[in-house]
Design a protein around this ligand. Structure first.
Ligand code: FES
Length: 175
């Protein structure tokens, strides 16, 4: 006994690892940028037909936001459940779908929303992904779909139901 790190350092190390951990079941989401940065994203923030939001997962029990890896950025948007393919619908909650917000080509994380088609286009090299169909690649150069993140609803907010399906990241790696 008496051997080991002081308690404060142990807690710090746990916080760092929680901040880097990928989204975990029951995590909520908080806004990544803007005047609402850090605020929990609720259903009202995701109206049908609204543009996608980018969120970081947050451990509800500790309030720790998992923002120490940009690969934890998640794109959230509410679509008409009727236009989702079966697998995407199974992972959605009230039409809200979630995907890694980091382009699988070379890692850009800004998006042009194309509401009429339910698709997003990466402004860096124009890869296009179909959010209605598991974010499959419609146009390259990206080779790989955006990993999806299954959702459920709890207390009026989208919540992580299970971890990423697929590995978030891009062709040259990324952590
Ligand atoms: S980084 Fe998105 S298309 Fe190249």
């Amino acid at each position: 006994m008496g051997v080991g790190l002081p308690l404060a350092r142990v807690i710090d190390a746990q916080d760092v690892s929680a901040r880097r951990a990928r989204p975990q079941p029951n995590d909520r989401f908080v806004f990544v940028v803007g005047e609402r940065k850090g605020r929990v994203i609720s259903l009202e923030d995701l109206p049908p037909g609204g543009a996608p939001l980018t969120g970081y997962p947050m451990d509800v029990a500790t309030g720790i936001v998992r923002d120490d890896s940009r690969l934890n950025q998640v794109l959230l948007v509410r679509l008409d459940p009727g236009v989702l393919d079966a697998q995407t619908r199974a992972r959605a909650a009230e039409g809200i779908v979630a995907y890694s917000a980091v382009c699988t080509h070379t890692g850009c994380d800004a998006w042009d929303w194309q509401a009429a088609s339910g698709t997003v286009k990466c402004p860096c090299h124009f890869s296009e992904f179909d959010l209605k169909a598991g974010a499959r690649v419609l146009n390259g150069p990206a080779q790989r779909r955006l990993p999806s993140l299954p959702l459920k609803i709890a207390d009026g907010a989208p919540v992580v139901a299970a971890g990423f399906v697929g590995r978030p990241g891009f062709e040259s790696g990324g952590a």
